[in-house]
Design a protein around this ligand. Structure first.
Ligand SMILES: Cc1cc2nc3c(=O)[nH]c(=O)nc-3n(C[C@H](O)[C@H](O)[C@H](O)COP(=O)(O)O)c2cc1C
Length: 201
């Protein structure tokens, strides 16, 4: 009798699971970031997320090289427009982050309103894609952090990045090489606090 072939090969489950649990956000980044085929390979994980109805709602805008300085300009103007008296320290924080980070990915969702697939599911698909990216960057030895803040929800920023009507900017992934040695992931909560067995009455 031939033995049934496994549905998929899972040769390195321990390594994959260890990588997933060791991931942590890294905010202090520098060059180099992933490029070329290495970046393409990572980006492909973003469209492996589950996608109800195959709506393909992911929108990823890569901001790198000289474009980062134009992005900084957009962010600075948006912050000044929202608050003409914005503290110089806040602007400097953005400036420093954008200057030192080699790759920024604006993550957006193209939402099909009034679709039988609820909007929340479309956004979850984009979130799942972004999570795949964070894990892929980590597994590839890069550091990354997912940030939103007021700039992510500012229509001026969204439109400057080319998001159109029906597309929602959801946040930014900052990606690069960790400046400091990466310490172990922060203590995570005991998973059992979030898990329970359903016992039918
Ligand atoms: C959608 C989303 C937006 C976030 N925006 C911010 C943010 O603007 N500022 C921030 O400090 N952390 C933000 N975070 C949290 C960080 O990405 C990160 O998860 C947190 O610092 C904890 O680090 P850890 O991923 O190592 O647990 C955001 C997370 C998500 C999922």
């Amino acid at each position: 009798m031939p033995t049934e072939a496994p549905l998929h090969a899972a040769p390195a489950a321990d390594a994959v699971l260890d990588s997933l649990t060791a991931r942590r956000s890294i905010g202090l980044l520098q060059s180099p970031g992933p490029e070329g085929e290495a970046l393409d390979k990572i980006l492909r994980t973003a469209v492996s997320a589950p996608d109800h109805g195959k709506l393909r709602p992911w929108r990823y805008v890569l901001i790198r090289g000289a474009a980062r300085m134009a992005f900084l300009q957009v962010i600075t103007e948006a912050m000044r427009a929202r608050d003409p008296e914005v503290a110089e320290a806040l602007l400097e924080k953005q400036r420093a982050r954008i200057h030192r980070t080699p790759l920024i990915i604006a993550v957006g969702a193209a939402i099909q309103a009034e679709h039988k697939i609820p909007e929340v599911e479309q956004i979850l698909t984009v979130g799942a894609g972004a999570m795949n990216l964070l894990n892929a960057f980590h597994a590839s030895g890069y550091g990354a952090v997912w940030l939103s803040g007021a700039n992510a929800y500012d229509p001026a920023v969204s439109s400057a990045l080319g998001f159109e009507a029906g597309e929602r900017l959801l946040g930014f992934l900052y990606v690069g090489t960790p400046v400091e040695p990466v310490s172990p992931a922060p203590l995570r909560p005991d998973v059992q606090r979030f898990v329970r067995e359903w016992r039918p009455a």
